[in-house]
Design a protein around this ligand. Sequence first.
Ligand code: MG
Length: 274
Amino acid sequence: MDGVIITVAPTGSVPTRQHTPHVPLTPDEIAEDVFRCWEAGAAIAHIHARDVHNSPTTDPAVFAEIGEKIRSRCDIIVMISTGGRASSLVEDRAAPLSLNPEMASLTTGSTNFGTSAYINTPADIERLATEMRDRGIKPEIEVFDSAMIANALRLAGAGVLPPPLHFQFVMGVQGAIPATAKNLLHLVESIPPGSTWSVAGIGRAQLAMGTLALVMGGHVRVGLEDNLQYTKGMLATNVQLVERVVRLAAEIGRPVCTPAEARVVLGLPRCGEV
Ligand code: MG
């Protein structure tokens, strides 16, 4: 089977030191952790930034510092999050795109998310996607529910999302699509031929959904953004979560893509500037 691209999502917007001592928060901590995950086999780093109070931020200067510190140490693909927890204003969310990262996440719809709502209006989605297209940034289409695939396909039809499309199925968020094999099959069967896909299971679903993706020929995202525990009651590190996917891939017969190989698989148009 083809190689598997492992994405690490080391930080996210939610975990703090109250949740786990292992989450990297400062640019130095994030760059160090990403470097060690790259050594372990990760090809993409999905980056969120925090301010000096450890709150989520969209400040391009913080993203730039993280990106520079990562790129000085390894060739991992840097993907910047345009998620909505740091700010609900689309101009804030778009600000880090000015750094011309190689990839950026793009959520193509709204969903409940635990006790809150994650809002992505059609206008905001198109705004973010258009800037990614114009800058040559490859979007990772974050799909929390199947309607978000339909929204992405509409944008693709309008020329806003250039093919080939790359999807990240985020499964098991409370309020969005449950993390089941049946649902994953439905999502995979709903994307156009020639697309690539990865799965990010939330919490305990990270292991099961990642294993399913390995068997089905998809790609895998792990990390403390989505899951804090290695097993029930035992806190994980990002490196441990990457290492487990590498071992599972070896057992299942999937080679692990280097960043250079991942760039070919994803058809990345150019190397990033951050
Ligand atoms: Mg994210």
